[in-house]
Ligand binder design. Structure first.
Ligand code: PLP
Length: 378
């Protein structure tokens, strides 16, 4: 029986064709395809008067957004501990400090009331994660941010294509950032992007993306280089190459198919699990959700036993997340009460979810989970 991985990229002949075309064109670095990937992201999201900038990782997209928002030494950024450490490291890379907030029990996103209690005179921004593709209380976050004059830099790495009140994440609000890393719904091997409503801010990020050089981006978008230029700001090597963009383009052409197939599997899982004793399924019908992972909550301290049972059936399971305040490098960060985070981190298990997942895999996962809770054939 083949082992079922938690993640499996969907790489078809179309991706190989795009890749070999990009290699054959001979312009390997940032270029025409980088720009085309940005245009396709904007078209998919349906952006109007908003700007998208692709980067070499999601983490660097967030770092650019933080720096463009002016986050620097002495500042604080509120985020959740129930999140991936990329966020906290990017905040630290600015010389700022992450302040960790608890989550809500229903959508596992930031608890806005608890976040308000953490706002200090140093707070510059708030970074809420849409966990597993399910929208957090983003309206509450925007209200809080308006009240205290904070920037909102939304972590939508799990939610490329998710809608909130009918509008795709990224089409409204302040700044939204995404990831196209190897396991995300759309991949460019590694990659990410940031979306902003400010053209001026986008241009500043564009320069910071490529070492603070002023004219390079517009020239490279045409597969050319500027031989006369000025260096006008701090800068990083965060651009996405044509080669990576070609993979991203091949993937985004199929994103609707990927999302629809993942929604179908999530619904199958929820249908199979919702009547089981001792579990909690995600609080969504997935109609507006672009699911990155399927996160099941296992009650009564049986999570690790379920993971072991799945392993015995050649099924891998993941844990999202170990709370970041438990890691030694971040243990001293300022934080509030973590009651929900402490409970939930012992309950969550990430089941295998792939784009166009094999039917036999779906059946093995639902079968093995059902068998565990119904107590047969242990
Ligand atoms: C994927 C991910 C990131 C970082 O994206 P990379 O592209 O891997 O740098 C950040 N936060 C969360 C929650 C993620 O899942």
């Amino acid at each position: 029986m083949p082992r079922i991985p938690v993640f499996a990229p969907h790489i078809g002949a179309d991706t190989l064709e795009h890749l070999s075309g990009a290699l054959a064109a001979g312009w390997l670095g940032m270029g025409v395809l980088t720009r085309e990937f940005e245009e396709r992201i904007a078209a998919f999201l349906g952006l109007e008067n908003r700007y998208v900038l692709v980067t070499n990782t999601g983490t660097s997209a967030f770092h650019l957004a933080l720096r463009a928002a002016g986050v620097g030494p002495g500042d604080e950024v509120i985020t959740t501990s129930f999140n991936y450490v990329a966020d906290h490291q990017a905040i630290r890379a600015c010389g700022a400090e992450p302040v960790m907030c608890d989550i809500r029990d229903d959508n596992l996103g930031i608890d806005v009331e608890k976040a308000e209690a953490l706002v200090s005179p140093r707070t510059k921004a708030i970074d809420p994660l849409h966990f597993a593709g399910i929208p957090c209380d983003i309206d509450g976050v925007h209200t809080l941010a308006a009240k205290h004059g904070l920037r909102v830099l939304e972590d939508a790495t799990h939610a490329f294509g998710t809608r909130h009140r009918g509008r795709k994440l990224g089409t409204f609000g302040d700044v939204t950032w995404f990831s196209f890393d190897p396991v995300k719904v759309v991949t460019s091997i590694d990659g990410g992007c940031v979306v902003t409503g400010s053209e001026e801010e986008m241009q500043r990020m564009q320069r910071m993306r490529i070492l603070g050089v002023d004219k390079d981006t517009t020239e490279r978008y045409k597969n050319r280089r500027a031989w006369e230029y000025d260096v006008v700001s701090e800068g990083y090597r965060y651009h996405l190459t044509n080669i990576m963009a070609s993979v991203g383009i091949s993937q985004i052409k199929r994103v609707d198919e990927f999302i629809a197939s993942r929604q179908r599997v999530c619904r199958r899982y929820t249908e199979a699990f919702s009547a089981l004793p001792g579990v909690r399924v995600p609080q969504t019908d997935f109609a507006d959700v672009s699911p990155f992972i399927y996160s099941l909550r296992v009650l009564d301290r049986r999570r690790d036993a379920l993971v072991a049972h799945l392993q015995s059936r050649e099924i891998d399971a993941g844990i999202h997340f170990i709370p970041v305040h438990k890691h030694s490098h971040f243990a001293a960060c300022r934080r509030g009460d973590m009651a929900v985070t402490e409970k939930v981190c012992g309950e969550v298990v990430t089941l295998p979810l792939h784009s166009n997942m094999q039917e036999a895999f779906v059946e093995r996962v639902t079968g093995a989970v059902g068998e565990f809770f119904r107590g047969h054939s242990r």
